[in-house]
Design a protein around this ligand. Structure first.
Ligand SMILES: [Ca+2]
Ligand SMILES: [Ca+2]
Ligand SMILES: [Ca+2]
Length: 153
């Protein structure tokens, strides 16, 4: 299995449901780190971190137009329910809206890929506690936690 396929599987398997986000998930963190560390040198550099974000973006960008709409993110945050009645549909819509606002992703025009990827500079700097330009497994948890809510289910 390639590392990218591995990452996709890891994300799909270990991403916590939204309700469980607050709980630490060491197993998920380790698997995601191993997949993100593409050259296997035991740390995640800026390029690898950017790629990690890109994989998440591409997984959510259902129509591949390099833009995430609130709809695309909403489905990811709170999956649709089969045979839901109107009351349930309203509840799902409300929950999606709340999370989108919280994540600052409620903009009707959506978020462009460039914009999304650029933000990584800040997050990387924040996560890189010892400022050596590489994220250790412990430091990388900051990145995973920040985007855990967007990891594909
Ligand atoms: Ca690496
Ligand atoms: Ca899209
Ligand atoms: Ca570091």
């Amino acid at each position: 299995m390639t590392r990218m396929a591995c990452l996709a599987v890891a994300l799909a398997t270990f991403a916590a449901p939204v309700g469980a986000l607050a709980a630490p998930d060491p197993v998920r963190d380790v698997i995601v780190f191993l997949a993100a560390d593409r050259n296997g040198d035991g740390s995640v550099d800026r390029t690898e971190a950017d790629r990690f974000r890109e994989v998440i973006f591409d997984a959510i960008d259902a129509n591949n137009d390099a833009r995430l709409t609130p709809q695309e993110v909403g489905v990811q945050l709170v999956p649709a329910k089969e045979n839901a009645d109107q009351k349930e549909l309203d509840k799902i819509a409300k929950r999606r809206e709340e999370l989108l606002v919280k994540l600052d992703l409620a903009k009707p025009e959506g978020i462009a890929k460039d914009e999304y990827l650029d933000r990584n500079g800040e997050l990387f700097a924040k996560a890189d506690a010892d400022k050596d330009g590489r994220l250790s497994p412990t430091e990388f948890v900051v990145v995973v936690d920040a985007y855990g809510v967007l990891l594909p289910k």
